[in-house]
Design a protein around this ligand. Structure first.
Ligand code: NAG
Ligand code: NAG
Ligand code: NAG
Ligand code: NAG
Ligand code: NAG
Ligand code: NAG
Ligand code: NAG
Ligand code: NAG
Ligand code: NAG
Length: 739
């Protein structure tokens, strides 16, 4: 996929940009201190603050009383011990010699990355799992994003109980108060209040836990009752981004506060490339959250379909890719040769007249940008009264529509890039428009070539439900393999992330008669809160499950086939690779009753981290204590008790054996049999191959041996699965092998 489409995919995702602030003297540094030294001090806030202040240069203390407190922007307690402060490079170097100093680096700047999806996920009002889990009642979902628009009807507290007693959060709106839906709202951005001026945070929060709103639609499309996945869960809002910018120090402060306040689930639709986990403060924050029993759902990233593009790769995070739902908002291009090509657009225009059709790329052959319909390229061309065919990429699709309209064009057909293939975003254009797949785009172009007077029109057909190819992996959804820990399969799971209708602070139709305003967005930013909602439902029906048990339940019960019962496809409509689907597509009702879970306790990650060859000190960053890797038995990452298997054969290794431990959460007396579909070229043996349980919560360990066979094709990826089946349950673990 070209750079241009890559940039477009960033729009809906908060992505840490590796560039740092240009340094005009002081800049914001994140200073990490030694957690063990901190333990020697008392745990009270005051003592920690005093200790943090002692790292700031002494000269300033005497010169300018009180300046300390204004220079510390955030004090961290939970994610790690340390703080964010405005410092000069000289001040940082004088700090480095002090006892307890670990590291200081300039913060990274971050830039910007339903009515139907509950039903698509099998959640129906007044029945089944939604009812059984009480719609997530009593569970608190923390959302780190751009804030929230609290007046939106999705955040009404009708039917909502008061916050649980453990809740310690704050409400910092300056124009309104919290209610039993939004029980906490803070801005970690200095000088701002938690109101959402952008919309992204309102959208993601309502996707996770929006209350029921009847008659939600956009331009009349996708009309229905909007609801989040856990419609009766509480929301705790942490504003860490405003408009297109988020700073790392604020994101960590949001995680730190959410852990302190007592959320149960965290939804984090932002990410960054990681070289390792110990220098990634967000991974450290997620670890601290997991230790407190908080499940962290994070977006996989919008950098697909390239390999190795997945973000949030640590095993204690639930990493969510994006897929389609079975709803289309159809706008069909009808050509002069009577051929029809189905695309999508959220508008509904009535005038459907046949008009001359022109390919923007042919308007000025010497302008390489002409096909993309930039305003500069369209200036001076004659597109008056025409339907203009534009290539996607570069600008936002809606900006292309504006450029076409400004230059006199009356309609637009937008063509997907080759990389985007069949992933079609439904967008709100300022003129009649539709967006077509790459393959259909080629056919429209060849029609134009075939005739001297090409003509076209667009037929708006509204909302159509029942695409049985769904779910299809979205082109932008980031892919594995895992670059930091190759033995852990990422992404973990797929959830709805294309053309998601959810709450929006303002009416994009400019309506003033209603607060019930919605917008359609696409991205892994949208799939992440779906899984946060599912986790909240599971937490509500199984309050004793650990984050790892919830993850396992979601992963081992995921669907691997689409509505037509064929294997899930990717954006090219080819069978999707395991590194795009992970365990498959979330099936909430099945996740509620998984039979067996692969549990992991916080301490089990220590041998895993040592096995990544991190130093004692680096492993100590996670647990905020002393670790001696020589004294714990390190394990290779593939040996972690994860609900999937990922292994690499090298020239030295022709066989790998791993053990796993399953915990019985199904029927007390039950018997499971192993069913194996080995990856081609790999022989898989399980020992024992039946598991007999006699009580609940009983644990049984088994071993799997993977052997490379002579038929194995070198340098390929092979996939298969291991499934434990009983009369009632099926517990499936995908197997990914790099040969
Ligand atoms: C609320 O805070 C914002 C700054 O985030 C400020 O612009 C606004 O005037 C404040 N409103 C009130 C009512 O104080
Ligand atoms: C949405 O559906 C409701 C209930 O079926 C109906 O009353 C309402 O008119 C519909 N709204 C639009 C804009 O189609
Ligand atoms: C990703 O890797 C797979 C398997 O190695 C390969 O077939 C595919 O072409 C790669 N995709 C991209 C986009 O590089
Ligand atoms: C065509 O594009 C070239 C390169 O951008 C530009 O210099 C030229 O002025 C354009 N021609 C017209 C007729 O607009
Ligand atoms: C249409 O014609 C142009 C110019 O002759 C050519 O470059 C292009 O490849 C053709 N496109 C198709 C889809 O046939
Ligand atoms: C809403 O108003 C803005 C600003 O006046 C305008 O640019 C936009 O086209 C309007 N949108 C609709 C859907 O009418
Ligand atoms: C850690 O070091 C061991 C021994 O040198 C090596 O076999 C292993 O591959 C390394 N692991 C990682 C994840 O780099
Ligand atoms: C770490 O453990 C090893 C093996 O038990 C021991 O020999 C060594 O002294 C320990 N190192 C520290 C710093 O405690
Ligand atoms: C595959 O790699 C293994 C180990 O490096 C080697 O022994 C074998 O000959 C290779 N097979 C082929 C078909 O190249």
């Amino acid at each position: 996929m070209g750079l241009i489409s890559f940039l477009i995919t960033l729009i809906c995702m908060l992505l840490i940009n590796p560039l740092v602030n240009p340094a005009f003297g002081d800049e914001t540094y994140i200073v990490q201190l030694d957690g063990i030294d901190a333990q020697l001090l008392t745990q009270s806030d005051n003592h920690l603050e005093t200790w943090y202040h002692s790292f700031l240069p002494q000269t300033l203390a005497s010169e300018n009383e009180g300046r300390y407190s204004s220079r510390i922007i955030h004090s961290y307690r939970n994610v790690f011990k340390g703080f964010a402060a405005r410092l000069s490079a000289d001040e940082v170097s004088s700090m480095e010699t002090k006892d307890g100093f670990v590291s200081a680096r300039p913060e990274k700047m971050l830039s910007l990355h339903t009515t139907h999806s509950p039903n698509f996920l099998g959640l129906n009002q007044n029945m089944g799992f939604w009812k059984d889990s009480n719609y997530g009642k009593g569970v608190i979902i923390g959302v780190l994003d751009t804030g929230i628009s609290p007046e939106h009807p999705s955040f009404s507290d009708e039917q909502m109980p008061p916050p649980p007693a453990k809740w310690k959060g704050k409400c910092e709106f300056n124009h309104t108060t919290c209610n039993n839906k939004i029980i906490g709202a803070r801005s970690l951005i200095t000088g701002e209040n938690p109101y959402d001026d952008f919309g992204h945070g309102t959208h993601t929060a309502s996707t996770a836990a929006g209350n029921f709103v009847k008659g939600a639609n956009i331009f009349g499309n996708a009309n229905g009752t909007a609801a989040g996945i856990a419609p009766l869960a509480h929301l705790a809002i942490y504003k860490v981004c405003s408009l297109s910018s988020c700073s790392e120090s604020d994101v960590i402060a949001g995680m730190d506060a959410a852990i302190e306040d007592g959320v149960d689930v965290l939804s984090i639709s932002l990410g960054t490339f990681e070289d390792n986990f110990y220098q990634d403060f967000k991974a450290l924050g997620a670890f601290s959250a997991m230790e407190k029993g908080i499940l962290v759902s994070a977006s996989a990233g919008n950098i697909g379909p390239s390999n190795y593009s997945v973000l949030n790769q640590s095993p204690w995070i639930l990493t969510v890719g994006a897929s389609t739902t079975d709803r289309k908002i159809r706008a069909t291009a009808l050509l002069g040769n009577k051929q029809q090509y189905h695309g999508e657009s959220v508008h509904h225009y009535k005038a459907e007249t046949v008009l001359p059709l022109v390919y923007a790329g042919s308007l000025n052959e010497s302008d390489p940008f002409a096909p993309y319909c930039y305003q500069d390229s369209l200036n001076g061309t004659d597109i008056k009264g025409k339907v203009v065919l534009c290539e996607a990429g570069g600008l936002l699709a809606t900006e292309k529509g504006e450029a076409v309209k400004n230059s006199g064009g009356v309609a637009m057909i937008l063509l997907n890039s080759e990389g985007y293939a069949n992933t079609i975003q439904a967008q709100a254009h300022v003129l009649p428009a539709t967006r077509l797949s790459y393959a259909d785009g080629l056919k429209v172009k060849s029609y134009i070539n075939s005739t001297s007077k090409p003509v076209a029109t667009i037929l708006f057909q509204g909302t159509i439900i029942g695409d049985d190819l769904a779910p299809v992996v979205a082109a932008f959804s980031s892919r594995g393999p895992n670059s930091v820990s190759p033995g852990i399969l990422k992404p973990d799971i797929l959830g709805p992330g294309l053309n998601i209708l959810a709450a929006w602070p303002t009416s994009i139709e400019n309506r003033t008669d209603t607060k019930s305003t919605f917008n359609i967005l696409s991205g892994t930013s949208m799939s992440c809160p779906h899984l946060a909602g599912v986790a909240a439902l599971l937490k509500s029906s199984h309050p004793d499950w650990s984050p790892a048990a919830i993850k396992s339940a979601i992963m081992t019960t995921a669907d691997t086939v689409n509505l037509a019962h064929d294997p899930i496809l990717d954006e090219r409509f080819l069978p999707a690779d395991i590194f795009s689907t992970g365990a498959g597509h979330v099936n909430p009702s099945k996740a509620n009753d998984p039979g067996l879970v692969y549990d992991i306790q916080p301490k089990d990650y220590i041998p895993y981290l040592c096995g990544l060859n991190y130093t004692n000190r680096q492993v100590g960053f996670f647990v905020q204590g002393r670790v001696n890797c020589s004294a714990v038995s390190s394990i290779p990452d593939s040996q972690l008790n994860y609900p999937s298997f990922t292994l690499t054969f090298t020239s030295e290794s022709t066989s790998h054996t791993y053990s796993r431990t399953v915990t019985n959460v199904g029927q007390p007396i039950s018997s499971y049999r192993a069913e194996i579909v080995p990856p081609p070229g790999v022989d898989v043996r399980v020992e024992p191959n039946t598991l007999e349980f006699s009580e609940l919560n009983q644990k049984i360990q088994y071993e799997v041996t993977f052997r490379r066979s002579d038929s194995a094709k070198n340098n390929t990826v092979a996939q298969g699965f291991l499934k434990w089946t009983s009369v009632e349950h099926s517990v499936r673990s995908p197997i990914a092998v790099i040969l």
